[in-house]
Design a protein around this ligand. Structure first.
Ligand code: GLN
Length: 539
C-alpha cells in the first residue's frame, strides 16, 4: 500500500523544493523503502518540450521519451531510479485527458466541471504512478497562494480527506534574514501556512529554508503560530553542495518524523554511507579540473542562468568527483566567438570543452569555431547532441573540404546537408506538429570495439536517451570516415550515426544522444568519466 507525501512551496520560488523532494526520496530509500516521485507543473503546456530553456530551465528526457521538468532529473539523480511519463503531470496533460474523455462520452452525460473532475484526474494520475512504491512523493510546482496550483492543492486535500493516514503535507518555506535587521524572520512563513490553511490543508512538517540554520526560538515561534510541533520544523540552511541535503535532513531527524507520522515501525536506520563518502570527496577534492561549456541559453539580463544545462553540469561534477577532482565550470558564450575571433584563445585555459544540446542558428558559427579550436589544439572535447552535429559540420568543412557543409535545421538553398532532417520528421514539421514529436528517449547503440567509446563503456550494446529531429546524413559517412572521423556507435535498427570520434586526438568524442541524462552522483556516466580523465591527463 502506497503512502503519499505532498511537497508544496511557500513565500517564493527557487528555494529548492525539487532538491527537498528528491532528498526526502533519498532518505526513505536509504531506509529500505521503495520510492518514487512526481513533479506537478501548473503550466498549460502539455510537456516541457515546447518551452525555451531560458524560460523554464533544462528539458529533461526520461527513458520513455517524456520531455519533462528538470526536477524529474533531480529525482532520478537522488533516488537513483529511472522515471517515466507517469512521474510528470501538467495542467495541460490533466485537461487534455478530461476533455478527451468527455468527447468519448465517458462521463455518461454528466456536466463535466472543473471541480471535482479536474482534481479527480489529478488523483487518478498520482495513484497510478507506481503500484509498487511504498512512498510516492508529489511536488506541487509554484508557490502556495498562486491561482495556478490551487486545483492541485485541492486534489491533495481530497486525498487526505479520503485517507488521512496515508497522506502527509510538507511545506518548504523561506525565512529571510534581512541585512538591515540581521534577524531571521518567520512572518512570511506564517502567511504561507495561512494560504495553505485556506486551501483546507495543514502542513505536518515545515522545511525551514534560509541562509543559516533555524534556531530554537524561531522553531518555537513557527510551532506556535503555524500549529505544529517544534520537532516538525526542519532546519535547511544554504549549503555548498545539494548532495549534502539528505544528510542535513537526517541530522534533524526528518526520516524519523515522517515514518512516525505514518505510524511505520520499520526502516529505523538510514544507510547513507556511500552518500557520505561522496560528500567527503566533494569537500576535500582540491585539484581543479576546468571545464568550459560553450552555449547560449544562460544569459538573462544581468543574470546568468545555470538551469538550462543542469544535467550537463551535474554529469561533469559526478565525473570529476569520481576522479577525485574539484569541478570548475565556466560559461562561454558562443556568440562572443563570432564577434571576436581573437577571444577563441581563451579556450586554452580549460582542461576540456563541452558543446551541449541546442536548437536554431543563433550562435552556431561561434560553436563551430570553438570546436575547430579544440580539434586543432588537441583540447579534450565532448559534444552532446547539437555538439555532435556541429562537430561533424566542422570536420566536413575544414578537413573534408566541403565548404558549404551545414545542417538542414538552418541551411541555405545550396548548402551540403551533412546533417539532415530525419525523413519521418519532414511531415511533422510541415504540419507544425512540434510537441513531443522529436526522436525522444531510449534507443539502442552498437559500439565499435577499439574506440574510446567502447573503452569507456566496456560493452558493445548500450541504450541512451535522445532528443533531436536532425541526424548525420549517411550519404556523407564515407567521406567523413575516409578523412579520419570514426563512427564509433550506430543505431542498429536504422543505421543512424550515434557517436563520432577522432582517433588522432587525445579525446574528441561526440554523441547524438544525451549521456548527461543517465549520470548519477554515485555512478558517473562513462563518457563524462573518460572525458574528465582525458582533461586531467592531457593538459
Ligand atoms: N537541434 C538539433 C536537432 O534537433 C539538436 C537537438 C539537441 O541538441 N537536443 O537535431
Amino acid at each position: 500500500m502506497a503512502r503519499y507525501i505532498f511537497v508544496a512551496g511557500g513565500v517564493m520560488s527557487g528555494i529548492g523544493k525539487g532538491i527537498t523532494t528528491a532528498s526526502i526520496g533519498r532518505i526513505l530509500k536509504s531506509r529500505g523503502f521503495r520510492v518514487t516521485a512526481i513533479k506537478i507543473d501548473p503550466y498549460v503546456n502539455v510537456d516541457a518540450g515546447t518551452m525555451n530553456p531560458i524560460e523554464h530551465g533544462e528539458v529533461f528526457v526520461t527513458g520513455d521519451g517524456t520531455e519533462c521538468d528538470q526536477d524529474v532529473g533531480n529525482y532520478e539523480r537522488f533516488i537513483d531510479e529511472d522515471l517515466s511519463t507517469a512521474n510528470y503531470i501538467t495542467t495541460g496533460r490533466v485537461y487534455q485527458s478530461v476533455i478527451n474523455r468527455e468527447r468519448n462520452l465517458e462521463y455518461g452525460g454528466k456536466c463535466v466541471e472543473v471541480v471535482p473532475h479536474i482534481p479527480e484526474e489529478v488523483i487518478r494520475r498520482i495513484k497510478q504512478a507506481n503500484h509498487r512504491a511504498d512512498f510516492i512523493l508529489i511536488e506541487i510546482g509554484g508557490t502556495v497562494g498562486e491561482y495556478q496550483n490551487s486545483l492541485f492543492l485541492e486534489a491533495a486535500r481530497m486525498m487526505r480527506l479520503a485517507s488521512s493516514r496515508d497522506v502527509l503535507f510538507i511545506l518548504v518555506s523561506y525565512l529571510p534574514v534581512p541585512s538591515m535587521i540581521g534577524e531571521m524572520k518567520s512572518k512570511p512563513t506564517q502567511q504561507a501556512v495561512r494560504w495553505l490553511n485556506m486551501a483546507g490543508i495543514q502542513p505536518d512538517i515545515i522545511i525551514a529554508r534560509s541562509v543559516v540554520a533555524i534556531d530554537e526560538p524561531r522553531k518555537q515561534k513557527i510551532s506556535t503560530f503555524c500549529n505544529l510541533s517544534k520537532e516538525d520544523v526542519i532546519s535547511a540552511p544554504d549549503i555548498k553542495s545539494i548532495y549534502e541535503v539528505p544528510i542535513n535532513f537526517e541530522k534533524d531527524h526528518l526520516g524519523e518524523r515522517i515514518l512516525k507520522k505514518f505510524k511505520v515501525k520499520k526502516g529505523g536506520n538510514a544507510n547513507l554511507q556511500d552518500w557520505q563518502r561522496l560528500i567527503r570527496i566533494i569537500k576535500t577534492a582540491q585539484k581543479p579540473v576546468k571545464i568550459g561549456i560553450v552555449g547560449k541559453y544562460f544569459e538573462t539580463g544581468k543574470f546568468t542562468l545555470m538551469d538550462s544545462y543542469i544535467s550537463v553540469i551535474e554529469a561533469v561534477k559526478h565525473a570529476a568527483w569520481a576522479n577525485k577532482r574539484a569541478p570548475q565550470i565556466t560559461w562561454l558564450s558562443s556568440e562572443n566567438y563570432e564577434e571576436n575571433a581573437g577571444s577563441l584563445k581563451e579556450l586554452q585555459q580549460y582542461d576540456g570543452i563541452i558543446v551541449p544540446g541546442g536548437f536554431g542558428g543563433r550562435g552556431v558559427e561561434g560553436k563551430i569555431k570553438a570546436i575547430e579550436f579544440c580539434r586543432t589544439n588537441k583540447i579534450p572535447y565532448l559534444g552532446l547532441c547539437f555538439g555532435m552535429q556541429l562537430a561533424v559540420i566542422e570536420f566536413a568543412r575544414n578537413v573534408c573540404g566541403i565548404k558549404n557543409a551545414q545542417s538542414a535545421e538552418f541551411a541555405k538553398k545550396d548548402d551540403a546537408l551533412v546533417i539532415d532532417v530525419m525523413p519521418e520528421q519532414k511531415a511533422l514539421i510541415a504540419e507544425k506538429k512540434y510537441g513531443g514529436t522529436m526522436r525522444l528517449g531510449d534507443y539502442k547503440c552498437q559500439l565499435k570495439t577499439k574506440t574510446k567509446s567502447f573503452q569507456a563503456y566496456k560493452i558493445s550494446n548500450i541504450i541512451e536517451r535522445h532528443r533531436h529531429r536532425y541526424e548525420v546524413n549517411n550519404d556523407y559517412r564515407d567521406v567523413l570516415e575516409k578523412n579520419g572521423m570514426v563512427v564509433a556507435g550506430v543505431n542498429p535498427e536504422r543505421d543512424l550515426v550515434e557517436i563520432v570520434e577522432l582517433p588522432s586526438h587525445p579525446f574528441f568524442v561526440a554523441s547524438q544522444f544525451h549521456p548527461e541524462f543517465k549520470s548519477r552522483p554515485l555512478r558517473p556516466h562513462p563518457l563524462f568519466r573518460e572525458f574528465i580523465k582525458a582533461a586531467m591527463n592531457e593538459r
